[in-house]
Design a protein around this ligand. Structure first.
Ligand code: NDP
Length: 452
């Protein structure tokens, strides 16, 4: 088919972070672009992920601020929290962002189809509602990922992070399955809002991949705050009682645990089901992810994929970079590849964790001779607030070159501080460069230039 005979130059499936970025950049390079979205423009991050979650973190954090207020001379007569008010305000902001993302597509002349699209061939898709067949020179799959729920009896009574933003009321007792990002972020939110939280994991590890000392610190602080943990306890079954409560039967636990809500946060898998990838010979990997090369191209030359559906790094800013690189290269003739080295990440638990670069273990495996510097300190705010909780910052350094290989932090505002420090790690700066920088006093961030 000649180029001009295609309906579009690019057809994007999925209007999330990666899909929207790719659409608007391709359009800015002069491509005729359409995008199909079966749910809401904005994707997981905006609609049911990072953004509403962060607003809930902010909302729940007031509990601590209000408790501490008295030490600063404030009289807070009565603390009262209303879940529907916070929930509805958060969902209203999601509506605002959904509209903003929609305008972005409109302003960039990207045509939108708010329905499901299925691939019917290397250059064609079919829309589910209208039944219309559309052709495109290139197709980009940016359908993201979807929560995985392990198989056990009664799993249908549990909710996932898709539903948690719409709970009719604040649960008195919550069980959270999993001990990864989503589990620990919601454990912090519900705990701060006054729910009793039990985190249940199949293994004895929380936040796999993060520095061990930081993980221990998080465990210690959150247990002191009242979160209960059950490790090595896979779910056996969940029974919904007549009064609406759930009984969770766990391996290695003699009695069931009772809760109003069970949130399953046991990972997310690429969303490929029913996409018709087989009609174009698009190959999947072992985890069901779309296999792509360094340019985001699948095993079918005209089909590309970016973001969580490729299961490389499941983070919004990475999907955005992949979408940008794809559109710049294919439609703008700009040779661009995503650099996956030194991607900073954070867990918005309470307190939060943040990290960039190699952990101590990874660095020892790769470089052999490494030095570790740390600061274990009680933030001024916590001292004044009579909170025993301590922050911990660690820096992993190549002993031969003095180059900083990784920074790992737990403590108030750790993600905000780490983003700036990540620039230095990415730039390959040395420990001496940190030491040469004068401390900004009094701050928590100054610990980074005073590490011993
Ligand atoms: P994670 O991969 O972070 O954690 C999954 C958890 O579930 C682990 O504790 C894991 O246990 C457990 N688990 C995995 N499979 C099973 C199973 N079959 N049965 C029982 N337990 C299981 O997943 P999340 O769902 O928390 O988050 C998904 C992804 O979303 C993250 O990887 C991250 O990329 C992204 N995300 C990022 C955020 C951020 O940047 N702040 C926030 C939220 C999500 P074990 O460790 O023992 O294997």
């Amino acid at each position: 088919m000649a180029e001009q005979e295609y309906d579009y130059d690019l057809f994007v499936i999925g209007a999330g972070s990666g899909g929207v970025r790719a659409s608007r950049i391709a359009s800015s390079h002069g491509a005729r672009v359409a995008v199909a979205e079966e749910y809401r423009v904005g994707g997981t991050c905006v609609i049911r992920g990072c953004v509403p979650k962060k607003l809930l973190v902010y909302g729940s954090h007031f509990a601590e601020e209000l408790q501490d207020a008295a030490n600063y001379g404030w009289t807070v007569d009565k603390m009262n929290f209303d879940w529907p008010t916070l929930r509805d305000a958060v969902n209203k902001d999601v509506d605002r962002l959904n509209a903003a993302y929609t305008s972005t597509l409109e302003n960039n002349k990207v045509e939108r189809f708010l329905e499901r699209a299925t691939i019917t061939g290397p250059h064609s898709v079919k829309l589910a509602d209208s039944g219309r067949e559309i052709t495109a020179k290139y197709i980009l799959v940016a359908t993201g990922a979807w929560p995985v729920t392990p198989t056990f009896e009664g799993a249908e009574h549990c909710i996932t992070s898709n539903e948690v933003f719409h709970l009719p009321e604040l649960p008195r007792k919550v069980i959270i399955a999993g001990a990864g990002y989503i589990a620990l972020e919601f454990a912090g939110i519900f705990n701060a809002l006054g729910s009793h939280v039990t985190v249940v994991n199949r293994s004895e590890t929380l936040l796999r991949g993060y520095d061990e000392t930081l993980r221990d610190r998080l465990l210690q602080i959150t247990m002191a705050r009242g979160i209960e943990y059950k490790f090595n306890c896979p779910f056996e079954k969940v029974v919904k009682r007549e009064d609406g409560c759930m009984e969770a039967y766990l391996k290695n636990q003699p009695d069931p645990i009772v809760a109003d809500v069970i949130l399953v946060a046991t990972g997310r898998k690429p969303k490929v089901e029913g996409l018709g990838l087989e009609n174009a010979g698009v190959e999947l990997g072992e985890r069901g992810e779309i296999k792509v090369d360094e340019h985001n191209r699948t095993s079918c030359d005209s089909i590309y994929a970016v973001g969580d559906v490729t299961d490389r790094v499941q983070l919004t800013p990475v999907a955005i970079r992949e979408g940008q690189a794809f559109a710049d290269r294919v439609f703008g003739g700009i040779e661009r590849k995503v650099d996956y080295d030194c991607i900073p990440s954070a867990v918005f638990s309470q307190p939060p964790l943040a990290a960039v670069g190699l952990t101590e273990g990874q660095a020892r495996n790769r470089y052999g001779n490494v030095k570790v510097y740390s600061s274990d300190f009680r933030p001024m705010k916590n001292v004044f607030g009579h909170r025993p909780e301590r922050g911990l910052y660690k820096m992993v350094v190549d002993a031969n070159t003095d180059k900083v290989l990784g920074i790992h932090m737990i403590g108030p505002e750790a993600p905000e501080i780490l983003q700036a420090a990540a620039v230095a790690v990415k730039a390959g700066l040395t420990k001496a460069a940190f030491d040469d920088t004068v401390a900004l006093h009094p701050s928590m961030a100054e610990e980074l230039v005073l590490l011993k």
